[in-house]
Ligand binder design. Sequence first.
Ligand SMILES: C[S@@+](CC[C@H](N)C(=O)[O-])C[C@H]1O[C@@H](n2cnc3c(N)ncnc32)[C@H](O)[C@@H]1O
Length: 222
Amino acid sequence: MQRLPEPELMVDPAQVLAYAAADFSGGDQRTLDRIEALLSSASGRAASDPAVILDLGCGPGNISLPLAKRFPESQVIGVDGSRAMLQVARDRANQQGLSIDLRCSTLQDLALEPVDLIVSNSLLHHLHEPGLLWGLTRELAAPGCRVLHRDLRRPAALAEVHRLQQLHCFDAPAVLIQDFCASLVAAFTPEEVQQQLALAELDGLTVEMEDDRYLVVSGLVD
Ligand SMILES: C[S@@+](CC[C@H](N)C(=O)[O-])C[C@H]1O[C@@H](n2cnc3c(N)ncnc32)[C@H](O)[C@@H]1O
């Protein structure tokens, strides 16, 4: 099935509200568990908490907020180009008393000092030009930076999109069902991501499939 990109930023108020209200806790926890495993994996380096953590396309803070809670000594930076999404993240951080550095910027305009851990969850499929994520990953990685990008993967056929929607997003609000299907069609296949990594010379990153609809890119950037 051919890829059909969707808009990059999530700025429509109904879409933002529905996304922020949805329960993604199962998938979010899998991302957090993978980050934990990555940080404690034998990498030839002494495992230590990352000083600066960057969550790209942080949205309402589903991943950045738990990271700020888990790593209170780290600087957690959440970046998103959607003001509406960041406002939800800001409100939640305040409610939970969490210190987090939330920045409204597109990835295209992002300027930061190098960081020690780069993550994203459900971001890659939004990007019209995926090389943007891999270029930033390389550019913003401090030596030994660990990386974890988790996203949907594109099914082979539209029938599979509908099967996955029936299975995982059956009784969600219409706007979320629409988003879920559009996201699957906009996503990349593991093979495409392998090619993107090769092009970006990110040899320390590997791609693996997770359950019936996700892919995970993780590893070290030296
Ligand atoms: C599906 S949401 C994921 C949010 C969050 N990471 C999570 O796990 O729930 C994708 C987010 O990426 C943001 N985004 C997409 N393209 C972007 C870009 N080029 N620059 C900055 N943010 C972007 C959108 O605005 C949206 O908030």
